[in-house]
Design a protein around this ligand. Sequence first.
Ligand SMILES: [Zn+2]
Ligand SMILES: [Zn+2]
Length: 263
Amino acid sequence: MLYLQVVRSSSAGNCTLLWNATGCLVIDAGIPVGLLKQHLEKNDLTLDAALITHGHRDHLSNACCNFFRSNGVPLLFGNAAIAGYYEASLPAMAKGNATVRLFMTQPFEAGPFRIAPFEVSHDSEGGCYGFTVQCGNKKIAYATDLVEAPHAMAERFRDSDLIVIESNHDPIMLENSGRPYYLKQRIRERAHLSNEKSCDFIRTVLSLSSRMPRAIVLAHISTECNKPELAQKEMKETLKLCMRDEIEITLTYRDKESKKIAL
Ligand SMILES: [Zn+2]
Ligand SMILES: [Zn+2]
């Protein structure tokens, strides 16, 4: 059995755990370390590696970084610029002794997982990465923090057993929010995927797939410019149009963990 649980997902902090009987991977760790430890203990997990998508502080906290460093958990960054960003911003990284590996765009292995990274478009230093993770005969596709989901990415997502995709904002709620103009513009043009774009992307992925995912996990849902129920409703309508409404939609939250998904 392969399990995935999103511990937290929002601009306030992101963390996802992926594990089976022989290994465990954490994807991003921008949360309080106590919360991470609580989830590791609850599920009796030992980490093989911490895979970090990009250099924004909601994706790696100083306390989690310190925990990885003192427990010898390798930190996997896409490139030297992302590692450099955290070295400059996290005291735990600046201390040294962290095991850091750079994966660039080459597939690599961590514990029982075979990970194929790819770059996505996001306004962070050193760029941002999405992944497909293969474990046994199961495939998981994962991308949050991206402004666009191009066709080439849909090709990578095809035939997955589980999809984690950002569904950040509703464009009208974003426009009507009290956020300053530059921030609205950043979210829309350089940073995050709207519900609409997320739905369009899933439609493309499903049209390319010969087998269907068991679930679609909607991630990095904005608190101010979206509602989990709205993101879910739009994805539900998309699945209905694709005649695939048997696919489960799983929500993620700012302040509580998602449902645990077993594959
Ligand atoms: Zn983020
Ligand atoms: Zn980001």
